[in-house]
Design a protein around this ligand. Structure first.
Ligand SMILES: Cc1ncc(COP(=O)(O)O)c(C=O)c1O
Length: 362
């Protein structure tokens, strides 16, 4: 029995996309693959609102998070931390031997432009990494306002994780001056896991040229050489490339970007309204809730363990809480959280059904 996924990734994958993955294999050094790669480029540029290259990596998003810090940080990176995934990016940078300085807020709060201004104005930074939607807490940091601050510091490269927002919320890479905008396949793009994409600005490539120890697999300059030939330096996950091509046609032509963003907005609003009506507080700071994932405080102290058990018998799956966050809250004597993810190709009608079903559990 397939369970419809309302978890924050992997998300539902449409049958038509799954079928693409069953195509017979082709060699990656063939004209056929080169044509496929060439076809993907302009579609990805439309998705990310950019003229920059959009690299495709046969890795999950964490790989490109490593690529971004490894290739773009020479001096010191401002690591904006507001949950587990943004903390992970700071760890990745530190593990790559980079000097980091954290701008950390309590989980559930957003990173604000004035906080960034205060840090960057102290000088010494040549990059900043920001997580647009912090999946652990459902917080969406104000990207456009933050971008205005970062623009004032021309030596600072702007690295943005849009893993759980791209494809559900508009991200205008070029207008916002984002140097690296990265995302994974298994979230709002509605694809299986195993692929990730990242736009790379000319400034980012220029920075990479000045940096030693870029490694091998995620060396942006090597990736660029192949990209220009519609190729990858290593064997790509060809089946996922087919799936991406089919899904981009669906997103861009069949549904349309604006309609897709509007659908996510509607699902976000619907879930928040439901939460409030049912007596659950929202975990994110007011005004910074993401339209892709809703994180609820279990203020009614429903038995989440039982709910998790009960849902095993149902045709859906929601997230009974991010373990690390709930452990942290428990220690502080605060109520735990759970998440309802509404991203990718989930329909509003499916979400309504889920919410109805959940009512039986609470
Ligand atoms: C905001 C965010 N960043 C990064 C990641 C890591 O991405 P991946 O699991 O594709 O490596 C995740 C995964 O859930 C995420 O939600």
């Amino acid at each position: 029995m397939h369970k419809k996924l309302f978890i924050p990734g992997p998300t539902e994958v449409r049958k038509e996309v799954l079928k693409e993955m069953a195509r017979p294999m082709i060699g990656h050094r063939t004209q056929e693959f080169t044509d496929l790669f060439a076809a993907l480029k302009p579609k990805l540029q439309r998705l990310l609102y950019t003229q920059n290259d959009v690299l495709i990596s046969s890795s999950s998003g964490s790989g490109l998070m490593e690529a971004a810090v490894r290739n773009c940080v020479g001096k010191k990176v401002l690591s904006c931390v507001c949950g587990a995934f943004s903390a992970k990016w700071a760890d990745i940078a530190a593990n790559c031997g980079k000097e980091i300085e954290k701008l950390e807020v309590a989980w559930g709060e957003a990173i604000k432009p004035e906080m960034i201004e205060e840090k960057l104005s102290q000088g010494g930074f040549d990059a900043i990494h920001l997580t647009h939607c912090e999946t652990t807490t459902g917080v969406l940091s104000p990207l456009a306002e933050i971008a205005e601050v970062v623009k004032k510091y021309p030596d600072v490269l702007f690295l943005v994780d849009t893993v759980s927002s791209l494809g559900g919320i508009k991200v205008e890479t070029d207008r916002l001056g984002i140097d690296i905008c990265l995302a994974s396949s298994q979230k709002a793009l509605g694809l299986p896991p195993g692929l990730s994409v990242a736009s790379v600005s000319l400034r980012a490539y220029e920075r990479a040229k000045t940096i030693t120890g870029r490694g091998y697999y995620f060396d942006l300059l090597e990736l660029k050489k192949s990209y220009d030939k519609n190729q990858t330096p290593y064997t790509p996950s060809i089946s996922l490339f087919y799936a991406l091509n089919r899904q981009l046609d669906y997103i861009l032509e069949k549904e349309g970007l604006e309609k897709r963003f509007a659908r996510h907005k509607k699902m976000g609003r619907l879930t928040r309204k439901w939460a409030q009506e049912k007596g659950f507080e929202l975990f994110p700071e007011k005004g910074f809730e993401s339209d892709t994932i809703t994180c609820l405080t279990n203020s009614r102290t429903i038995d989440l363990k039982r709910a998790k058990e009960e849902q095993k018998k149902k045709r859906y799956q929601f997230d009974a809480g991010y373990r690390e966050l709930n452990a942290k809250l428990e220690k502080e004597g605060k109520p735990s959280t759970f998440r309802i993810a509404h991203l990718g190709d989930i329909k509003t009608s499916d979400l309504r059904k889920l919410l109805k079903e959940l009512e039986a559990l609470i």
